[in-house]
Design a protein around this ligand. Structure first.
Ligand code: C5P
Length: 234
């Protein structure tokens, strides 16, 4: 899989309405070809909007983080696959991942597993009944994701090198928490610049606020694409 720099930037449309998302997509124009739609927009008309984006030639990552009984997950994934999205997230539970892989059969949809939510620390896992550290659980789930035939993982840029060692070259690694030098970190605690994330082995970078909250979103996105391009050339 050879991607060019532009294809590796995924802009998170964390916006309250389809109207706001449409305005952002139109401002970004040809600079951005891949968008992530999460809970906020998905539950505010974001799914028909996603279908429109796809029809307009953009790629869409639906960050819906599915997790339910296998049958329900498989049927939900079948419906998402018909939308023509490129990526869909599910939680990295073996039953859920297996059902998602079954549900996407015959489509071009790729399933990304979320190993352990980045807001969880060891104490949160203990409170949820797990007798494992975040690192141990993330590594175990990455191995299960690989064995189940999941296409990729969402992970922080800091984890990319370690997880690549577990899953090998065949899975895509998609990393949020990206901050170009000099931009605000917001609530992200583990951040990395686009250049460093690419150097660490990330395939795709998810960037939200540094683009959508920028004074000039198009210029901000162009700067990230050119940083990725320069890094790839090295
Ligand atoms: O605005 P920012 O660049 O921090 O947005 C990052 C996006 O990636 C948000 O949509 C956030 O929900 C998502 N994300 C994340 N960390 C994860 C998984 C998803 O920040 N572990």
């Amino acid at each position: 899989m050879v991607l060019d720099a532009r294809e590796r930037l995924i802009v998170a449309l964390d916006l309250p309405s389809v109207q706001a998302a449409e305005a952002m997509v139109s401002r970004l124009g040809e600079t951005v070809c891949f968008y992530k739609i999460g809970y906020q927009l998905a539950y505010a008309g974001g799914l028909p909007f996603a279908a429109g984006l796809i029809a307009a030639g953009k790629q869409v990552f639906l960050d819906l983080k599915l997790h339910d009984i296998g049958h329900t997950v498989a049927k939900g994934v079948e419906s998402v696959a018909q939308l023509g999205a490129t990526f869909l997230t599910v939680h990295a539970y073996p039953q859920t991942m297996k059902a998602a892989v079954e549900g996407k059969a015959g489509s071009t949809l790729r399933i990304l597993a979320v190993t352990v939510l980045t807001s969880y620390d060891d104490a949160d896992l203990a409170a949820a009944g797990y007798d494992m550290s975040v690192g141990e659980l993330a590594a175990a789930r990455a191995g299960q994701a690989r064995d189940t035939g999941v296409d990729g993982l969402v992970c922080s840029a800091e984890e990319v090198a370690n997880l690549r060692g577990i899953v090998g070259p065949g899975m895509v690694l998609v990393t949020p928490g990206i901050r170009p030098a000099g931009t605000a970190s917001g609530d992200q605690k583990r951040i990395m610049t686009p250049a460093k994330a690419i150097q660490s082995g990330a395939d795709y970078l998810v960037v939200g606020r540094p683009v959508v909250d920028a004074h000039d979103p198009k210029a901000a996105a162009e700067a990230i694409v050119s940083e990725i391009e320069k890094t790839m050339g090295k």
